[in-house]
Write a protein that binds this ligand. Structure first.
Ligand SMILES: C[S@@+](CC[C@H](N)C(=O)[O-])C[C@H]1O[C@@H](n2cnc3c(N)ncnc32)[C@H](O)[C@@H]1O
Length: 255
C-alpha cells in the first residue's frame, strides 16, 4: 500500500497542534545564519503544504514536491484557498527533477528518515544539490539514532476530537535494531459521531534513524560541504533527549 494515501485526509487533524509557523521561523533563522534570507525555496516531501504556505507568507518563492498524490492534492487546495502561488507537484525526492537555481531546499518532519537506505538518502541529497544554486543551503531533519536507542520505542495512542469527528490513532512500532530501522504500524479509527459511522485505516511506515556521521557521509557523496547538526528546534548538539535532529549543509560556490 502507498504510504500517506489513506492517511492523508486525516494528516492535518492528527498534527493540528504542530506549530508550523514557529518551525518555519526557526528554519528561516538557521537559513539566515548560513547567509540565505530570501529567494526561491523548495520543500522536498512537503506533505499537505503547511510549511510551504508559511514560507510563502514570509515572502519566499516556494515550490513543493511530495510522493503522495493525496498529500499534494491537499497542498494544492490549501494554497488555492489561501490565494498563494506555490508550485506543488507529485514526485519522488530521490529522482532529480527539473528544479534548479534555488536559494534554499528544506525537507521537514522526518522526510530523510522515510528514506530507508543509504542509497535512497544519497539520492534525495543529490536532488537537493541539483536544485540549489552555488552557495545555496539545504536544511532537513531526521530521527536521531542516539535518542531512538536511548528512549526506545513504544505503542502510543492518540485521540483527537473535532466534533462530529473523533480520530483514534494507534501506533505500534517494531524496532529492527541491527538495521537501525523502525516500522510503525498505524491503525486509525475515524468516527463520525453524528452519523454513527466508523472507518478503519491501516498503514505501515518504514523509518530509518540516522547518526550524524552517516548523514555527513551521504552529504559528502552528494557534493555538499560538511554540515552543522543540532537537536530539533535548538542549537544544542544532537542528544538522547531529542528524538529529532536537523542538519544544515551548503552547496559549494558563491551565490
Ligand atoms: C511526516 S510527513 C511530513 C510532511 C511535511 N513535510 C510536514 O512537515 O507536514 C513525510 C512526507 O514525506 C513524503 N515523502 C517520503 N518519501 C518521499 C520521497 N522519496 N519523495 C517525496 N516525498 C516523500 C511523504 O509522502 C510525506 O508526505
Amino acid at each position: 500500500m502507498t504510504v500517506f494515501a489513506d492517511y492523508a485526509p486525516w494528516y492535518d487533524l492528527l498534527y493540528q497542534d504542530k506549530d508550523y509557523a514557529a518551525e518555519t521561523s526557526f528554519v528561516e533563522a538557521r537559513l539566515r545564519d548560513h547567509g540565505v534570507s530570501s529567494g526561491k525555496l523548495l520543500d522536498l516531501g512537503c506533505g499537505t503544504g503547511l510549511h510551504a504556505l508559511a514560507f510563502a507568507r514570509q515572502g519566499w518563492n516556494v515550490a513543493g514536491i511530495d510522493l503522495s498524490h493525496e498529500m499534494i492534492a491537499s497542498a494544492k487546495a490549501r494554497a488555492a484557498q489561501a490565494g498563494l502561488s506555490i508550485l506543488f507537484r507529485q514526485g519522488d525526492a530521490c529522482e532529480t527533477g527539473p528544479e534548479r537555481d534555488y536559494d534554499a531546499v528544506v525537507s521537514l518532519f522526518h522526510v530523510a528518515s522515510y528514506q530507508t537506505s543509504r542509497d535512497a538518502l544519497v539520492a534525495m541529497f543529490r536532488t537537493a544539490h541539483a536544485a540549489l544554486k552555488p552557495g545555496g543551503v539545504f536544511f532537513f531533519d531526521y530521527w536521531y539514532g542516539g535518542a531512538v536507542l536511548a528512549q526506545g520505542v513504544e505503542t502510543r495512542v492518540k485521540v483527537i476530537e473535532q466534533k462530529p469527528l473523533r480520530l483514534t490513532r494507534i501506533a505500534q512500532p517494531h524496532h529492527d535494531e541491527p538495521n537501525a530501522a523502525v516500522t510503525v504500524n498505524y491503525t486509525l479509527f475515524c468516527e463520525d459521531t453524528d452519523r454513527a459511522t466508523i472507518r478503519r485505516v491501516d498503514e505501515a511506515h518504514h523509518i530509518r534513524y540516522w547518526f550524524p556521521f552517516e548523514i555527513d557521509a551521504a552529504l559528502a557523496t552528494s557534493g555538499f560541504q560538511p554540515a552543522d547538526h543540532a537537536a530539533w528546534l535548538t542549537q544544542d548538539a544532537p542528544n538522547s533527549k531529542s528524538w529529532a535532529a536537523y542538519s544544515v549543509a551548503r552547496k559549494a560556490g558563491k551565490p
